[in-house]
Design a protein around this ligand. Structure first.
Ligand code: ADP
Ligand code: MG
Length: 337
C-alpha cells in the first residue's frame, strides 16, 4: 500500500463537486435555488448547448457584498444556517454551502453582484480558485455565468446524455421549481428559443397553463386538506386526463421540489381504480409542515428527504385526492342532469 496522504484542497473539491453537480441541470437547480433564497422576485435563466457551453442566471435578490465573495465560493460556507439547531428547522432551499464551491471546481464562473450600494463587484473563478475581482457597475442582484462545465473532468462529460436529453432535464427542473414558487417571475431561454415565462401572479393554475397547456389547466381540480401536522393543497387532473409516466407529478415540501415514491404512491391510491394501470395524472402537491418533521440533510442534492409521520401524510393525501375526485364527478353529474 502507498503512504496515506491528505488530498489537496483542489482534488477534494473536485471529488465533492461530483456529488452536487452531476449534469448541467444540477447547476441550473443550485443557482435558481440560490436566487430564490436571496429573496428575488424575478429570475432569468439562459443556456447554450444544453448548458455545457454556458448557463447564465440573473436575479434581483439581495446580492453578495464584495468582502463576502470569497466565502460564498468556499465549501461549507453559508449565510443560511449557523447553529446545530438551525439544521433541524431549515426554511431555505440551500444550507450546505456547497454549490458555488462545487460549480467553480468544475467550470469557469463569472459573477457580477451588487447588494444595492453605489458599486457592485465582478469576479471570476476556475479550478475552485478566484482568478480576478474588481469593482463593477451593476443593478441590485446577482448575475452568474457558468461556462465550459466539466472542462476539467472529461469522464463526467462523457457520461452525459444527448444534448436533447440534457436540455429536457434543465427544462424539467426549472418547471418544477417555477411551480413551487408561482409568486416569482421566472424565464428560461436556450439559444434556440423561449422555453418558459411565468408572470409571477402567484396563481398556480396560470403557471400550469404555461407548462402543460391551457386546455389541461382549465380542467384542473383544486384540492386542499389538513391534519394536525400537515396542510396540503394543489391542483390535479381528473382521471380522464393522464400521461404515460410519473414525471408530471410534482411534490413540493415547504417550497422544495422533492422525489418521494411513497407520497406519489399515495396520490395514485387516491385515484384508485378511476385511473387505468400505467397511467398517471398531472399533479402538483404542495405540502406545508413544521420543518422539524423533515430531515433535508440526507443527500447532497436535497431532493430526497426523510419525513417523520410519512404514513399519516400518505393517508391525508389519499383521502383528500379521493374526496376531490368525488366532488368533481358529482358536480359533473349536476351539470349533465
Ligand atoms: P448555500 O446555498 O447552501 O448557502 P451556496 O454555495 O449555494 O451555498 O451559496 C453560498 C452563499 O452565497 C449563500 O449562503 C449566499 O449567502 C450566497 N449566495 C449565493 N448565491 C446568491 C445569490 N444569487 N444572491 C445572493 N447571495 C447568494
Ligand atoms: Mg445554494
Amino acid at each position: 500500500m502507498a503512504e496515506i496522504k491528505e488530498l489537496s484542497p483542489e482534488l477534494s473539491d473536485q471529488i465533492a463537486a461530483g456529488e452536487v453537480i452531476e449534469r448541467p441541470s444540477s447547476v441550473v437547480k443550485e443557482l435558481l435555488e440560490n436566487a430564490i433564497d436571496a429573496g428575488s422576485s424575478q429570475i432569468k435563466i439562459s443556456f447554450v448547448e444544453a448548458g455545457l457551453r454556458e448557463i447564465v442566471i440573473e436575479d434581483n435578490g439581495s446580492g453578495i457584498a464584495p468582502n463576502q465573495l470569497d466565502l460564498a465560493f468556499r465549501r461549507h460556507a453559508t449565510s443560511k444556517i449557523s447553529t446545530k439547531a438551525d439544521l433541524f428547522k431549515i426554511r431555505t432551499l440551500g444550507f450546505r454551502g456547497e454549490a458555488l464551491a462545487s460549480i467553480s471546481a468544475v467550470a469557469h464562473v463569472a459573477i457580477l453582484t451588487n447588494t444595492g450600494g453605489a458599486a457592485g463587484v465582478s469576479a471570476t473563478f476556475a479550478d475552485g480558485r478566484k482568478l480576478t475581482q474588481k469593482p463593477a457597475a451593476a443593478k441590485k442582484g446577482t448575475r452568474i455565468s457558468v461556462r465550459d462545465l466539466f472542462y476539467n473532468t472529461p469522464a463526467r462529460l462523457k457520461y452525459l446524455k444527448s444534448e436533447t436529453t440534457e436540455t429536457t432535464k434543465i427544462i424539467d427542473i426549472v418547471n418544477r421549481i417555477a411551480l413551487s414558487h408561482p409568486e416569482l417571475k421566472i424565464s428560461l431561454k436556450s439559444e434556440k428559443k423561449d422555453l418558459l415565462l411565468t408572470n409571477g401572479s402567484g396563481d398556480l393554475r396560470q403557471d400550469m397553463a404555461h407548462i402543460y397547456g391551457r386546455i389541461v389547466a382549465s380542467q384542473l381540480i383544486e384540492f386542499s386538506g389538513s391534519d394536525a401536522d400537515f396542510v396540503i393543497t394543489g391542483l390535479m387532473t381528473p382521471p380522464d386526463i393522464t400521461r404515460a409516466n410519473r414525471n408530471y407529478i410534482s411534490i413540493l415540501l415547504n417550497g422544495r421540489y422533492i422525489k418521494n415514491f411513497q407520497l406519489s404512491k399515495a396520490i395514485m391510491a387516491g385515484y384508485g381504480s378511476k385511473i387505468g394501470l400505467g397511467k398517471f395524472p398531472i399533479f402538483v402537491l404542495n405540502i406545508k409542515l413544521d420543518p422539524l418533521l423533515v430531515d433535508v440533510n440526507v443527500h447532497p442534492t436535497k431532493q430526497e428527504v426523510r419525513l417523520s409521520k410519512e404514513s399519516s401524510l400518505s393517508r391525508l393525501i389519499i383521502n383528500t385526492v379521493a374526496k376531490a375526485l368525488e366532488r368533481n364527478s358529482n358536480s359533473g353529474d349536476a351539470l349533465t342532469n
